[in-house]
Ligand binder design. Structure first.
Ligand SMILES: Cc1ncc(COP(=O)(O)O)c(C=O)c1O
Length: 368
């Protein structure tokens, strides 16, 4: 058939998400499957989130508030930023699409790290824009290279901090040096999906730079540390003029009723968040210790996942681990062959994973 599909879409590939647990159980006929592939929160969401969802069932026949007033008000109170700077959407995925649709036309350029979040690229391509990827030596974003890649066509620079899929981050001094050099007609998007997990000491609050840099956009999400990936809610901060344009593009009811109520509840339970972060940090150090013992180089992580060089065929490791009930993300899917990315989970799962991983390595050595 000649469907006259847009050329931009013909050139795109479908996003490959981490395999769902149910699919692996079905395909392999195994009972217990642990997913450590999509950086979901193994500790779930706050009990207050669940209460808010149940309460909201009463109102399910109503459209949600298209301006997400209550949620934006709560975010404003928590961060001290005016409500007019805050925009929300069905996950930060949706906000990336909204920004891309608002800003990009055919031939415009975006700059992103070579190993960074793939949705930046997909959404730029959707608009016919050109994706310029900068080198990431040691799997860390190279801000100098990003600055050097700027041309008169550059409209957006994506700084994923901490960066997915590498887990690496950069600190305050590097950011200040970078933002000072970028012309104010180029948008700098700080995607901070994993910010709550950061442990490096020189991390900084990007919101403090909004007043002096009207071209800065900060994106955050409830999908990771708040444990609400299934509800789809992300939020951003930008100059109110930009926010006005984004609200012309975003679907009016992008953030559903449950998501709005649940996100407010999540923000009010900071004790839950603190516990999630502590448990993640404990798990992270477990991985560090194990990988050090095994002599495998890993990227120091400021997230809830860890990427390392297996020194072996990552796709084979991925397949063998799956048979043992552990779903991870092989570097082959991420453009970093030889590596695997594993979501930090409960200590029980972390230990179980390590045991299975060691068995897999032994099997591969002995050719079993
Ligand atoms: C860096 C980064 N940004 C954005 C997202 C999208 O998150 P959300 O669930 O809010 O759409 C993810 C999800 O994995 C991510 O890793």
């Amino acid at each position: 058939m000649n469907y006259r599909i847009r050329e931009e879409i013909k050139n795109m590939k479908r996003y490959v998400a981490g395999k769902p647990i149910s699919e692996v159980k079905r395909e392999l006929g195994i009972e217990t499957v642990v997913k450590m592939a999509s950086n979901e929160n193994p500790f779930g969401a706050s009990p207050m989130v669940k209460e808010a969802i149940l309460r909201t069932c009463e109102d399910v026949s109503l459209y949600p508030d298209s301006g997400s007033f209550g949620l934006r008000q709560e975010l404003s109170q928590m961060t001290g930023r005016p409500m007019e700077e805050i925009f929300v959407g069905g996950g930060s995925d949706s906000l990336i699409k909204v920004i891309s649709s608002t800003m990009l036309s055919r031939g415009d350029e975006i700059i992103m790290g070579e190993h960074s979040f793939s949705r930046y690229e997909d959404n730029a391509k959707l608009m016919g824009a050109v994706v310029v990827k900068t080198d990431m030596e040691k799997l860390v974003l190279n801000l100098d290279a990003m600055e050097k890649a700027i041309t008169e066509k550059t409209k957006i620079i994506y700084l994923c901090n901490p960066n997915n899929p590498t887990g690496s981050s950069f600190g305050k001094a590097d950011f200040e040096a970078f933002i000072a050099k970028v012309s104010s007609d180029i948008l700098v998007i700080m995607d901070e999906a994993y910010r709550e997990y950061v442990t490096r000491e020189d991390y900084f609050d990007a919101l403090e730079y909004l007043d002096d840099h009207k071209n800065l956009i900060v994106l955050r999400t409830f999908s990771k540390a708040y444990g609400m990936a299934g509800l789809r809610v992300g939020y951003g901060f930008a100059d109110p003029e930009l926010v006005g344009y984004f609200y012309r593009v975003v679907d009016p009811f992008d953030v559903n009723l449950f998501a709005q109520e649940a996100a407010v509840a999540a923000l009010r339970d900071q004790a839950f968040l603190k516990e999630v972060i502590e448990r993640n940090t404990e798990g992270k150090h477990f991985f560090y210790r194990e990988l050090e013992k095994m002599g495998l180089p890993f990227v120091v992580s400021d997230t809830n996942f860890i990427l390392w060089d297996t020194k072996k065929d990552d796709m084979e490791i991925f397949r063998r681990l799956m048979k043992k009930g552990y779903i991870i993300r092989p570097g082959g899917f991420l453009g970093i062959p030889g590596h695997i990315r594993v979501t930090i989970s409960t200590m029980e799962n972390n230990r179980g994973f390590m045991k299975a991983y060691k068995e897999v390595l032994k099997e591969m050595e002995t050719g079993k």
